[in-house]
Structure formats: structure tokens, C-alpha cells
Design a protein around this ligand. Structure first.
Ligand code: NAG
Ligand code: NAG
Ligand code: NAG
Ligand code: NAG
Ligand code: NAG
Length: 330
């Protein structure tokens, strides 16, 4: 009996029994031989999830926090003007919230006037900035970058708005690379900032007219002190500004402010006037120079820097409505 049993068992173990192994056993054996397939498959799934996070979720989170960030331009300086290029400085502050520590690779901001619906963006200047570590409050101060005028009509339009408007909008965009650890990806950066303009140089005041008994070599026969208000956060180097002056319909001559740079706030300047000499022979006219609150009409004629007429300053200033300055305000 036991022999038979043994035999049967032996038979069962040896042949068909193996073929008819339980599912569990088969799986185990299968795994035994193909373990590496499962390992690779598992790793691929993990990799896919990680890649999904890296290339899907993280960039989306980053793009969202870039979209939610705000930008404030604290100050802009446009100096060394020419018709091709100028020197640009800009101080700005960005507020953002980054859940992880990250930085932007060096990037180039393009600036433009927000286009009307359906119109193309036309950048007129760029500003390159170095690596920026992303923080809740991020200071982006750039100074003295020589900047080419990329599109003259667009830049003329911008300059005109800066000089004439009380407020203007400036578009700023870039396509920076965000670095989170070793992971890099691009995001779209696009903001519109509101800026104060120079508001047509309204509110110029003139003081202390002094008629020179002997005119200067350049023909200046009267000097005055002036205050030119600049309510904006722009610093604008204008150069020599020449204006035609009149009282009502009566032309008086012309005036020059030499080497003018308009800083934010009140600008105290010396004005060199070329008054029609025949007027200076009229005692009533000379006496009237001391009267309070005389309106003087100023019409900008030219701006010259480094011997060059700067058309993007000269044209909008000349085309703007005349500025009424008050002589001896009281
Ligand atoms: C971010 O803003 C841009 C427009 O400035 C928009 O096209 C994009 O869909 C926004 N992305 C996210 C992730 O919100
Ligand atoms: C930016 O800030 C620095 C430091 O306060 C200052 O020296 C510089 O003039 C500012 N730039 C502009 C364009 O106002
Ligand atoms: C950046 O500019 C702001 C605003 O003009 C100024 O207050 C700050 O001191 C500047 N920071 C540096 C590091 O120049
Ligand atoms: C001077 O100009 C102001 C506007 O700028 C006007 O309100 C005022 O009446 C003018 N005064 C004279 C005397 O023309
Ligand atoms: C500008 O000034 C020049 C002389 O400096 C003069 O010849 C010209 O007529 C002026 N232009 C205007 C529009 O007043």
C-alpha cells in the first residue's frame, strides 16, 4: 500500500503533476524567470509618474506661480539718447510665491506697448538680466545697459506717451528657464505694468528774470531760474532743450535749458533766454517781467544731445500742445 502510495506520489510529482501546478506556483516560477521584466515595468511606471510630475505638474505649478506673481517698476532711466540706441536702467520689484527653491537662468525681457485687440506685439527694447533666485520679494535692478531701439515707430509711440501722458502701460515679457534642482523648463512670463508719465511737463514755473546788460557770447540776454516738475518715475536725459517763448500772441524769442536731465520730482534749472532785443528796449516790457503770475507759452523746438537731434524726444515735444509756464508765481 505504502509502496503504491509512494509510487503514485512519485508519479504525481514527476510528470503531469508539474504541468498541472497550481496557479500560484506557476506565477512564482514565471516570476522567477521573468523577474527583470517586472522590475523594469515597475521602474518605468515610477519613472513615468516622476516624469509626469517633473514635466507636467511642476512646470504647471511654476507657470501658475509666474502668472500669479506681480511686477512693479520702481524707476526707469533713459540716458545717453541717440536715434539708434540709449542707456537703460530699471529698478523693479516682483512679488511671487514659490513653493520650492528655484531660480531663473539669465533672461532677456522684451518691452512693448500693449497692442490693441488683434494687433501684433511690437517690442521696441530689450533688457537682459542675470540669474535670479526666486523669492517672495524679488528685486530686479539693472543699471546702464546699452539698448538698441528695435522698432522706431513703436519706440516713438512709447516716448510720446512717456512725455505727454499722465499714465501709460508698458508690456514686459520673456521666456525664462526655471531651474528647480537639476530640472529645467521654460515658462512664459508676461506682465503689464502701469507707469506715470511726465504729463506734458505741466506746471513749469519761472523765477528771477535777470536781463543782462551785456549779452553772453551765445546771445543770451536774460537768464531765469525754472522748476520743471516730473511726476513720473522716469529719469530722462534730454540734452539741450530749445523752446520758443511768447506771451499770448506776442513772441518774445527763444530759451535754452542746457544739458537737461529730468529726474523724478522737481527739477531746478537755469534758463538761457534769447529775448528779441527790441523788446528789451521797451521799459514797459522790462517792468512787466517783474509782474506776478504772467503766463508764458513754451513751444518746444528742438532737443540736441551730443550734437544730434534726437527725433524721439524732439518730435513729441514739438508736436505737443504748448506748455503754459508761470513767471513769478505767487
Ligand atoms: C498663464 O497666463 C497666460 C497668459 O498670460 C495664459 O495663456 C496661460 O494659460 C496661463 N497659464 C496657467 C498655467 O495659468
Ligand atoms: C535704482 O536704485 C539704486 C539704488 O537705490 C539707485 O542708485 C539707482 O539710481 C536706481 N535706478 C534708477 C533707474 O532710478
Ligand atoms: C533697487 O531699487 C530700489 C528702488 O529704486 C532701491 O530701493 C534698492 O535700494 C535697490 N537695490 C539695489 C540692491 O540696488
Ligand atoms: C494763465 O493760464 C491759466 C491756465 O494755465 C489760466 O487759467 C489763466 O487764466 C491764465 N492767466 C492769464 C492772465 O491769461
Ligand atoms: C526752431 O529754432 C530755429 C532756430 O534755432 C528757428 O529757425 C526755427 O524757426 C524754430 N522752429 C520753430 C518751429 O519755431
Amino acid at each position: 500500500m505504502s509502496d503504491k502510495g509512494d509510487k503514485i506520489e512519485t508519479i504525481e510529482n514527476a510528470g503531469p503533476a508539474e504541468l498541472q501546478a497550481t496557479r500560484g506556483q506557476r506565477f512564482k516560477r514565471h516570476c522567477g524567470r521573468r523577474w527583470w521584466i517586472y522590475l523594469i515595468a515597475t521602474l518605468l511606471v515610477i519613472l513615468a509618474v516622476v516624469l509626469g510630475i517633473i514635466f507636467g505638474a511642476i512646470p504647471k505649478i511654476a507657470q501658475n506661480s509666474v502668472n500669479d506673481s506681480t511686477l512693479q517698476v520702481d524707476a526707469i532711466a533713459i540716458t545717453n539718447p541717440s536715434n539708434e540706441r540709449f542707456t537703460l536702467s530699471m529698478n523693479s520689484t516682483a512679488h511671487s510665491h514659490s513653493p520650492v527653491s528655484a531660480h531663473f537662468s539669465p533672461q532677456t525681457f522684451e518691452m512693448y506697448l500693449p497692442p490693441a485687440d488683434g494687433q501684433q506685439i511690437v517690442p521696441f527694447m530689450t533688457l537682459s538680466v542675470g540669474r535670479l533666485d526666486i523669492k517672495d520679494t524679488l528685486t530686479i535692478n539693472v543699471s546702464d545697459v546699452v539698448t538698441e531701439i528695435l522698432d522706431k515707430p513703436a519706440y516713438d509711440d512709447f516716448s510720446s506717451q512717456v512725455l505727454k501722458n499722465e499714465k501709460l502701460s508698458l508690456g514686459i515679457r520673456s521666456n525664462p528657464e526655471v531651474n528647480v534642482g537639476a530640472i529645467k523648463f521654460k515658462v512664459d512670463y508676461q506682465k503689464t505694468v502701469e507707469l506715470m508719465g511726465l504729463n506734458g511737463l505741466k506746471g513749469i514755473k519761472l523765477f528771477n528774470p535777470e536781463v543782462l546788460e551785456t549779452p553772453m557770447e551765445d546771445g543770451t540776454n536774460m537768464v531765469t531760474d525754472g522748476i520743471i516738475p516730473n511726476p513720473s518715475s522716469f529719469t530722462l536725459q534730454v540734452g539741450d532743450l530749445t523752446v520758443d517763448i511768447s506771451v499770448g500772441p506776442q513772441p518774445l524769442g527763444w530759451s535754452v535749458v542746457k544739458d537737461l536731465t529730468l529726474y523724478p520730482g522737481d527739477n531746478h534749472v537755469k534758463i538761457y533766454n534769447h529775448i528779441n532785443p527790441r523788446l528789451l528796449d521797451v521799459p514797459i516790457f522790462v517792468a512787466s517781467l517783474q509782474a506776478p503770475n504772467t503766463n508764458i507759452t513754451l513751444t518746444a523746438n528742438s532737443t540736441v544731445f551730443n550734437g544730434e537731434h534726437i527725433s524721439w524726444l524732439e518730435k513729441p515735444l514739438h508736436e505737443a500742445p504748448p506748455v503754459i509756464a508761470i513767471l513769478n508765481p505767487q
